[in-house]
Every structure is written in structure tokens, then in C-alpha cells.
Design a binder for this molecule. Structure first.
Ligand SMILES: [Zn+2]
Length: 81
């Protein structure tokens, strides 16, 4: 039981640390963004539950705006191909 609690604590700590990674960090791909994301172009709120549209989105997160098809990362920064 104690082991379980310790690993749970470690997991929470890790989640917390990852959520501290900002979008300007070089590790931002591994960051976790708990805030709602808005489209950089039309300001549409992006859904919490998302369907990855490509491999990058599946790996690192990110959204494709339903309204204007803009691709953004999980922080809401526009991605230009
Ligand atoms: Zn949009």
C-alpha cells in the first residue's frame, strides 16, 4: 500500500513538473497544457477531447481549428508548414 502511495505521489509530481514547461521552453513538446486553447486566427475555443489529425498531433498534442482549419500546437501557437 505504501509503495502504491509513493508511486502515485511521484506521478502527480511529474504531472505538475510537466505542466510547468512553458511554450517557449525547448522542452515544450513534452509540456502539458491544462488551459483551454483558442484558435490564434478566429479565437474559436478548441475542444478538450481532440482527435489527432496527424502524427505530430498524436505524439505532442495540438489542434486543427474546425472553423478555419488553422493548425496549432497544444499551447495555441499557429503552426506553419
Ligand atoms: Zn480558427
Amino acid at each position: 500500500m505504501k509503495v502504491f502511495l509513493v508511486s502515485l505521489g511521484l506521478l502527480l509530481l511529474l504531472l505538475f513538473l510537466f505542466s510547468l514547461i512553458g511554450k517557449n521552453s525547448k522542452y515544450s513538446d513534452f509540456g502539458i497544457n491544462f488551459k483551454r486553447v483558442f484558435c490564434p486566427k478566429c479565437n474559436t475555443k478548441q475542444p478538450i477531447v481532440r482527435k489527432p489529425a496527424n502524427q505530430r498531433q498524436a505524439l505532442f498534442g495540438g489542434y486543427t481549428c474546425k472553423k478555419c482549419d488553422t493548425e496549432m500546437d497544444k499551447f495555441g501557437t499557429e503552426i506553419k508548414e
